[in-house]
Every structure is written in structure tokens, then in C-alpha cells.
Design a protein around this ligand. Structure first.
Ligand code: PBG
Ligand code: ZN
Length: 323
């Protein structure tokens, strides 16, 4: 095939032709919408670095969840802002914790919506780390017990999928074991298998009020420079019986998404994180980029890299364009 006989532009001549040869598709069914559930009532506070995203109390969560469902989005992932924090993050695994109460109300009011829960301690600890502290660092094995208890309490409250984001070693197995021992062998685990220590989480930490009060997360989250280690992390979670694998963040890690897609056959999730969202919002507010086009191009890039599902703060906006 050579020019001038072969001409690649023939298949780009009009939208019908382009649609016929399109290789990758973004569907509303691919989207998962994150929500921040805050203690109290009458709370609906926009996150300054994330226009359109709110910390909100349960009644407002329900209203927005209904809207999410009406748009055809299949699932939300919940993060909690508890009334009080302490060194061991008790609200995280309390049966009356903020997330447990949110799950119960959501499953009652919007039963068709799939409820995914983020399992971690950083939103509930006063020091902001993802586990309990011993000798100045997060203690892995002691944290595992608390994470498993948190997952079980989410399951009891009615969660549909459990998503551990803490990056402790062995957490998928610890959670699987406790869930199975308590009659929840049917509940899938969506593992944040490959999670990097990223500055792209900055706006989320404002949203979830989870900035570490000392140090950083580099002793448990991955070094952004590492690719082979991502395969190792994913393989461990597959062995521990994870049902979904996740790569987080997404935009600066599209190569990792592609690597996992080629090596593993589990459903693959990309987390289009807070900083990625904020950058598009900020540039669009300046009039420097076309918001909707950059958003859709970013999301299709994640699909093309190999993601099946995308957790994204853009889910509602994207769904409206896809209808
Ligand atoms: C909690 C958690 C974080 C995110 C999801 N779950 C923050 C972190 O690890 O610091 C980040 C999500 C985002 O930036 O949108 N472990
Ligand atoms: Zn955490």
C-alpha cells in the first residue's frame, strides 16, 4: 500500500465513515462517579479546587445519586467525612459510621445504583495516614485487621463492591477471608492494585480532608518511576483473588494501563483522579481549552490504553454528552 493509490484519508471523509471505523468506544456503562458523604445535615459544600463536586450530607447524596442513576451511570464510589477522627480511624469500621449510614440510605432510596465503597483509613485518622502508626510509620499487619473490619461493616450495610485503596501488603487476602467467613463470598473486591504516590491527589485531599499531618505516603504508595513493580503488585492482587484491578492515577500512567491489559484478564479500572479533573476545569475556566472536547479525549485515551471502567468526577458531564 503506497501513496498515491492508498490514501488513509478515504476513511475519514465524513462522520458516518469515521463512526464505522472507530476502534474504541466510551459508554455510559463504563463510568463510575465518586461522591463525598459528609456528617450532618443540610451540608452541600463545593470543593474549591473541584468545581461541580461537593462534600454533602446524606439527603443531598441521595438527590445527586438519583440524578446519576437517571443519567444511566451504573455505579458510584463513596468517600466519607466523619464527625470525628482519631488515631485508629474508628468511624471507618463503626456500624454507625458515615459511610455505613450512607450505604444504607442509598440502597433503600436508589436500589438499582451499584454502591462501591473506598476502604481506607486516611479519611478517618487524625494523622491522615492510611493505617495505624507504630514507630513513626504505618504498621502493615495491624492495619490489615482494621481494613478487613471496615470492609465487613460496609458489606453488612449493603455495599455492592469493596474497593481497598490503602496499599497495605496482603489487604485483598485479609478482606476476602473475613468477607467469606461472614457470608459475603458473593461480594467483589475492586483492588486499587497499582496506586502511585502522586501529587495528582492534591484536590482530593481537600475534598476528603485526608492530608497526612506528617510525612507522606511514599512508604506504602508506589514510586511513579516504576513499571515492573506495577506488574508485581497486580499479580499479587490476582493471587489474592481480587475481582477488578485498578491503576491510579490514570493520565500519567496510560502505559501501566496498557501493560496490565496485556498481562491480566480481570476487568481493568482507571481512576481519573482529582488533579486530572482540576487541571481541565482550571484551563477551561481560563478559556484556554475546549472543556468538553478535552474531557472526552482524555476519557477515550484511558479506554484506548486498556481500561474497561473509568472512575471519574466527569461522569455526569460525560454521560450527558453520550446520551
Ligand atoms: C484514599 C484515596 C485517595 C484517593 C482515593 N482514595 C487519596 C490518597 O491516597 O491520598 C485519591 C483520589 C483522587 O485524587 O481523586 N487512600
Ligand atoms: Zn488512604
Amino acid at each position: 500500500m503506497f501513496f498515491p493509490e492508498y490514501r488513509a484519508r478515504r476513511l475519514r471523509r465524513n462522520e458516518t465513515m469515521r463512526k464505522m471505523v472507530r476502534e474504541t468506544h466510551l459508554r455510559i456503562d463504563d463510568l463510575i462517579y465518586p461522591m463525598f458523604s459528609a456528617f450532618g445535615s443540610g451540608v452541600r459544600q463545593e470543593i474549591s479546587s473541584m468545581p461541580g463536586i461537593y462534600q454533602q450530607s446524606i439527603e443531598h447524596i441521595v438527590t445527586e445519586a438519583k440524578e446519576v442513576r437517571e443519567l444511566g451511570i451504573p455505579a458510584v464510589i463513596l468517600f466519607g467525612l466523619p464527625e470525628t477522627k482519631d488515631p485508629v480511624g474508628q468511624d471507618a469500621y463503626s456500624d454507625t459510621g458515615i459511610i455505613q449510614r450512607t450505604i444504607e440510605v442509598l440502597k433503600r432510596e436508589v436500589p438499582e445504583l451499584t454502591v462501591i465503597t473506598d476502604v481506607c483509613l486516611c479519611e478517618y485518622t487524625d494523622h491522615g495516614h492510611c493505617g495505624v502508626i507504630r514507630n513513626g510509620d504505618v504498621d502493615n499487619d495491624e492495619t490489615l485487621r482494621l481494613l478487613a473490619a471496615e470492609a465487613l461493616s460496609h458489606a453488612r450495610a449493603g455495599a455492592d463492591i469493596i474497593a481497598p485503596s490503602d496499599m497495605m501488603d496482603g489487604r485483598v487476602a485479609a478482606i476476602r477471608e473475613l468477607l467469606d467467613a461472614n457470608g459475603f463470598s458473593h461480594l467483589p473486591i475492586m483492588s486499587y492494585a497499582v496506586k502511585y504516590a502522586s501529587a495528582y491527589y492534591g484536590p482530593f485531599r481537600e475534598a476528603a480532608d485526608s492530608t497526612p499531618q506528617f510525612g507522606d505516603r511514599r512508604s506504602y504508595q508506589m514510586d511513579p518511576a516504576n513499571r515492573r513493580e506495577a506488574l508485581r503488585e497486580a499479580a499479587l492482587d490476582v493471587q489474592e483473588c481480587a475481582d477488578f484491578l485498578m491503576v491510579k492515577p490514570a493520565l500519567a500512567y496510560l502505559d501501566i494501563l496498557r501493560d496490565l491489559r496485556e498481562r491480566f484478564d480481570l476487568p481493568l479500572v482507571a481512576y481519573n483522579v482529582s488533579g486530572e479533573y482540576s487541571m481541565i476545569k482550571a484551563a477551561a475556566q481560563q478559556g484556554w481549552i475546549d472543556h468538553d472536547r478535552v474531557m472526552m479525549e482524555t476519557l477515550i485515551g484511558m479506554k484506548r490504553a486498556g481500561a474497561d471502567l473509568i472512575i471519574t468526577y466527569h461522569a455526569k458531564e460525560a454521560a450527558k454528552l453520550l446520551r
